[in-house]
Design a protein around this ligand. Sequence first.
Ligand SMILES: [Fe+2]
Ligand SMILES: [Fe+2]
Length: 299
Amino acid sequence: MTINEKKQFVKNLQDGYTAIKLQVYDKRIRQDRHSKDYIELKMGDRTGTTTVRLFFDQTTVQTVYDNCNKGDVLRLEGQYSQMYKSLSVNDPAKVTKCHGEDYRPEDFRATCEKEPEALMAEIKATISGLKNIHLKSLLESIFDDEQFTQQFMTAPSARSMHHNYASGNLEHTVGVLKLCKNISGFYGVNEDLLYCGAILHDIGKTQTYIFDNSLPTITNEETLISHVIVGDRIIHNIINQKFPDFPQDLKMQLSHLMLSHHGKNEWGSPVSPETPEAIALHYADLLDSQVKKALQRKM
Ligand SMILES: [Fe+2]
Ligand SMILES: [Fe+2]
């Protein structure tokens, strides 16, 4: 294997036999319909993510699984299926671990294609246009904290599914905000509340999504509490500490947006969206994440 081998990228994968170098994002052992174990890897490069399935004999499955770690770059040869959006490898000899000299690190580092400063400027401009003084003051106070703003501007939005790169959560937030701006006038919802919810809905990810060895990863806080709850707590704490006159009903409305933005209990929301603004935010969040997921995945 040499670094000079022409790099195949996820976005160019076609049906058929191929060789490709991919980075491991996640691994698990699954069972096929004959109850045989196989390895399912979530892998990717800077152009997107794909599923890789390794079908080996049962002893080899365990050995390969144990030896393959998150962050490893593997060279794989196998059959790619557009229909299943996955690469199947049947021969252990066709899986090779790459070392530093075998690949270019930049081929595996997805980056935000938009300028983070321009994305942040869109958020700041929205805040300055808000009419509700309570929501405006809350947002100004949050983004006056330079250390927090820096975290907000660099956090990824996911480990592998969508916006899983530096500034990914900022890009996602602005995507959700733009969708909300497009629909708010038509429906006549409370614009200030909706925009505030759009800007803050994933604020918890600044604490629960971090980079580990340049790979996006989640903290125990995400696993045990989730960014949905963490985000709501951040806002509650700031309101309680700094804004004693913040209207209780508005606080509850904002909290409802934060807590319901994933839409369903099984998707991580403790409550379902009930208000027009919460329903709009949930679908804007879902739309932005799903469109980006499809763009990042091999279509
Ligand atoms: Fe979220
Ligand atoms: Fe989101």
